[in-house]
Write a protein that binds this ligand. Sequence first.
Ligand code: GLU
Length: 414
Amino acid sequence: MSDVFEIAQSQIDKVAKQLNLDPGLHAIIREPKKVIEVNFPVRMDDGSVQVFKGFRGQHNNAVGPYKGGIRFHQDVTYEEVKALSTWMSIKCSVTGIPYGGGKGGIKVDPRKLSEGELERMSRAFIKAIANDIGDAIDIPAPDVNTNPKIMGWMLDEYEAIKNRSEPGVLTGKPISLGGSLGRTAATGRGVDITTREACKKLGIDMDKATVAIQGYGNVGSYAGMIIQDMGCNVTAVIDVYGGAYNPDGMCAYELDAFVKENGTVKGFPGSKDITNEDLFALDVDILIPAALENVITKDNAGDIKAKIISEAANGPTTPEADDILFENGVHVIPDVLANAGGVTVSYMEWIQNNYGLYWTEEEVNERLEELMVKAYSDGYEMAEKHKVDMRTGVYLNSINKIALALKDRGWATK
Ligand code: GLU
């Protein structure tokens, strides 16, 4: 199974069966409520006009407004946005934040755009979906290839259209525009908090543990730096241009500085290049996929030697691979739990915007720590109780919460 939306639905169906979920509620949860497709023109630097295709999936808003990032990637599709928005609904209920799921994307390779084209495209997309978002409707944020700078342009455009200040319409903003301290590192930090909790359960000593990371962008790099602070040794990293492998370990901070200068981890001093195939099969304790979907499949799951897979990316593991990993005793911390730190601090950003009161980084990190530890332990307990993998355990908790909200709105079968 490689169609991501089909995967998302199959994960929901599996849990619905286990929960004996009301058929009406199940039918609602397995489809996004609304998917918007826009085709919008952008003036390019050479004077030509290019029409870009963008999407916004709004999966479910029973618990609260739709919430989730916007990605810029050449492989973005209607189906992908449907899957990613579904996963966001599950994810928001994992840490219990009052949001439903949303996700957007533009089909574009942003590396091919100039800075000016990138800005005009970002503004044009927000203009195209301005009436479908809002701080109580749908709240976008960064995702693959988007960042605080882009959120700043989008906020500026949105507020100009609406003629009002509404900083809570977007999260992951620059600090000067109401962004939260701790937001940029939050996804990586959350990945590492859940990994640390898993190490405790499995009796793995973090001071002796080795880590391999696929993807060294915002999420992968912070996951690398923070897990190193927790005692681990990063021995392999890879990005779209190539890899860096050193069995003695590499400094995650120096890697980050190297990427900022060279645009890739490839060529990091003292390292050898490595392929994705080899990275996944490395004899490490912790494997962190921090790039895109469908990278752990039935073809490579059996080669994985890591004891813990911490899914920093959304949807990196197919259902067939999940079964193989469970059988082999690999502890998979599912995306909707492992990477929930980003949206959890987005929620804190939104609260701060709505109150006009701002917290210190320590306060944000403390709250994140508390919510992530609880989410991990709730998922772990549920998985133990039902003798299922962590993904199923976490989904059981989450779908229960969404189903209850839908039921209380009157949507259960009579
Ligand atoms: N794009 C991130 C995710 O997939 C963060 C979403 C958000 O902060 O709304 O969870």
